[in-house]
Write a protein that binds this ligand. Structure first.
Ligand code: IPM
Ligand code: MG
Length: 387
């Protein structure tokens, strides 16, 4: 039996393309694993009314961890229209299978590194600034950030209502601030909640600080909006400050979500570890990915206490599906994160070095980097150096 059982979840669209690329590299590195194919994604919703079938959950339970490509998600109305006729009108509700998976397996921590690799023509250069950092030359701005996104709570908790049930409405009316919606009629009001727990806030902050301490990073920045979101933002801020006390050597500072979007654009090199609740983490991780060349370079890990699912931050990009056009580096760096989690440190180091080398050499690159190579060409080049 192989050392590891990996749940293999290409999902939708380019998820298949990049997972094929991952397989090339895994095989070349002689990774000792059995890959367990698992159904997940849009097709399953359309044909079975469930994007994350029970059989997949069962299969995942027997694996070491999961590797995931990408998922297509659509709003409720569109989702219902794409169901096969037999399943329509049955009140089926679409939910994002990756969000469900994170919650079901309590993958509470979403870790998303964004690093500029020298030679990447798409990396942030700061040339738009009056005083560009370090002369504003290509690759001069070294960005090395890691986002810790709380992965199971907040606006992603799925506690939502439309129309508003009477009981919920009545309970909300205990708050005088409900006044503006009182006369609008229940059928005209939609509600999404942002529920956060002290346990969730403390856990994500602890993981961010522990990572900073372990890797010698000097700064951890909380991203919130406590001046407006007083209760949830306030709770997260208090937890952050409490956890920070145990790490006196690390600079702990706080930024509002709107302000960080501006500062990140001006001085991205100043940030190191970022910590945020679910939705702000989602937003900021795309922003940070943009600074290091786009979603083609942004890996991520959904980490629980004993299980993890690794997925690139990017989506399924349906218009490129099956064309082997997209950049596989995000997926390959995701595999690197999986190696790290498994304790396969040597493989992790070799793989990252190989990705960095292919980027630096700049001869085999996908269209986004100005090249003509296919997804699989890039994977083969990385495999040549990593294998
Ligand atoms: C991400 C994605 C997902 C999210 C979507 C596909 C549900 O944007 O992983 O960042 O919002 O978490
Ligand atoms: Mg996202």
């Amino acid at each position: 039996m192989a050392k590891y059982q990996i749940a293999w979840m290409p999902g939708d669209g380019i998820g298949n393309d990049v997972m094929e690329a991952a397989k090339i590299v895994l095989d070349s590195m002689k990774f000792d694993a059995t890959y367990v194919p698992c159904d997940i994604g849009w097709d399953l919703w359309c044909k079975e009314g469930n994007a994350l079938p029970e059989r997949t959950i069962k299969a995942l339970e027997g694996t070491t961890c999961g590797l995931f490509g990408a998922i297509t998600s659509k709003p409720q109305d569109e989702a219902r229209e794409e169901l096969i006729p037999e399943l329509r009108g049955k009140g089926l509700v679409y939910f994002s299978p990756i969000v469900k998976l994170r919650q079901m397996f309590n993958l509470h921590t979403n870790m998303r590194p964004c690093k500029s690799y020298p030679g990447n023509p798409l990396s942030y250069r700061g040339t738009h600034l009056a005083n560009p950092p370090v002369g504003g030359k290509v690759s001069d701005v070294a960005i090395d950030q890691v986002i810790f996104r709380e992965n199971t709570e907040g606006m992603y908790g799925g506690v939502e209502f439309f129309p508003l049930p009477e009981a919920v409405y009545t309970a909300l009316c205990a708050n005088p601030k409900m006044k503006p919606w009182k006369d609008k009629g229940l059928e005209n009001v939609a509600l999404s909640t942002r529920i956060m727990s002290k346990q969730g806030c403390v856990s994500i902050c602890r993981n961010a600080f522990a990572f900073a301490a372990k890797t010698g990073r000097e700064r951890v920045t909380l991203i919130e909006k406590p001046n407006v979101l007083r209760e949830t933002g306030g709770l997260m801020t208090r937890c952050f400050r409490e956890v920070a006390k145990s790490y006196p050597a690390i600079r702990a500072d706080e930024a509002n979500i709107d302000a960080i979007c501006m500062w990140m654009f001006k001085n991205p090199q100043d940030y190191s570890v970022l910590v945020a609740e679910n939705m702000f983490g989602d937003i900021v991780s795309d922003l940070c990915a943009g600074l290091v060349g786009g979603l083609g370079f942004a890996p991520s890990a959904n980490l629980g206490d004993n299980y993890a699912v690794f997925e690139p931050t990017h989506g399924s990009a349906p218009k490129y599906a099956g064309q082997y056009k997209v950049n596989p580096h995000a997926m390959l760096l995701t595999v690197k994160m999986m190696f790290d989690w498994l304790g396969e440190t040597d493989k992790a180091t070799r793989l990252e070095a190989a990705v960095a080398r292919v980027i630096r050499e700049g001869t085999v690159k996908t269209y986004d980097m100005g090249g003509k190579a296919s997804t699989l060409d890039v994977a083969k080049e990385v495999a040549r150096y990593a294998g």
